[in-house]
Design a protein around this ligand. Structure first.
Ligand code: R5P
Length: 294
């Protein structure tokens, strides 16, 4: 029964104080609905405006991958160190603890295996399953310049529309075909197209020349994709250059889970991304985390 007597009168309305406004650190997100901004804040740290996303969705087109033979054994122990996990719903449901506090970015495009033309993708997950899982974003590959460019763009825009219905952001991934060059001209073209067609985050590869222009020309956060396994110091140097050029963080897979010590490498990447550590200092974090003393 409601308490009709003894209630304290409400009186502290602070009429001279304007209603609070909340500025958000995520580039291009201030006009989005609250739910989308909330989910973006679960991926991109409000403290630093950056993210360390751990990518392990490789099996969706290439099957078993070195370092991902047993996601429950190889990746689950790392989840607490990642701001967000990027994976398939199959990997998530079978191999990642539901109690994880990491942001969840779910692969939502797919189709061809490495035996076929990779640009021949379709959407591969319904938005209501992303809602059911509690995803913070869905990810779709966009093959600008690829054989099936238009279809991949349609996959993106279909997911963006469904994402607005559900309040779930879309991460558009620039997929670089074998015949395309990873230079600033191409990456600038691809990232801009993906953002203008509605993705709230874009993932792209790093390029040595002009990466700051790629980032500046994209009105939403650009996350650097890791790429093939490099020596640890080289991977840390690439990540450092990317964030210093304006990237809102990294989405790295092989350079973490194929490292000799994935947990130590993840710590080192975090230092580069969130603390602006110099690559050499981050490399020392990797070495000491790996038990190397000299
Ligand atoms: C592409 O989007 C892939 O599915 C991976 O998520 C991406 O390439 C990041 O992984 P890696 O750092 O191994 O390239």
């Amino acid at each position: 029964m409601a308490d009709l007597e003894g209630n304290l009168d409400a009186k502290q309305y602070a009429p001279q104080t304007p209603l609070a406004t909340f500025t958000h650190a995520v580039r291009g997100a201030s006009n989005l609905d609250w739910g989308m901004q909330h989910r973006l804040a679960r991926i991109i740290s409000p403290d630093t405006g950056r993210t360390v996303m751990l990518a392990f969705d490789h099996g969706y087109f290439q099957g078993p991958t070195r370092g991902l033979e047993r996601i429950d054994l190889n990746i689950a122990p790392l989840e607490q160190q990642a701001d967000a996990l990027m994976c398939t719903r199959g990997a998530l449901r079978t191999s990642i603890p539901p109690a994880t506090r990491a942001g969840l970015v779910l692969r939502a495009s797919g189709g061809p295996s490495i035996l076929k033309d990779l640009s021949d993708e379709h959407t591969a997950m319904a938005m209501n399953d992303a809602v059911r899982i509690g995803a913070d974003a869905v990810a779709v590959q966009v093959f600008v310049g690829g054989e099936h460019e238009s279809r991949s763009v349609k996959n993106l825009t279909t997911l963006v529309d469904a994402g607005y219905d559900a309040g779930i952001p879309v991460l558009g991934v620039t997929a670089v075909g074998k015949e395309l060059t990873r230079d600033a001209r191409y990456l600038g073209l691809a990232t801009r197209i993906i953002a203008e067609l509605g993705a709230q985050i874009v993932k792209t590869y790093y390029c040595e020349e002009g990466f700051e222009d790629v980032v500046a020309g994209c009105p939403v956060p650009v996350i650097m994709a890791g790429g093939k396994k490099l020596p640890e110091l080289d991977a840390l140097t690439m990540a450092s250059r990317a964030v210093r050029a304006g990237a809102a963080g990294v989405d790295m897979g092989r350079n973490i889970f194929q490292s000799t010590n994935p947990a130590a490498m993840l710590s080192a990447v975090r230092a580069v991304v969130h603390d602006d550590a110099a690559p050499e200092d981050a490399y020392e974090i990797f070495r000491s985390g790996s038990g190397e003393t000299s």
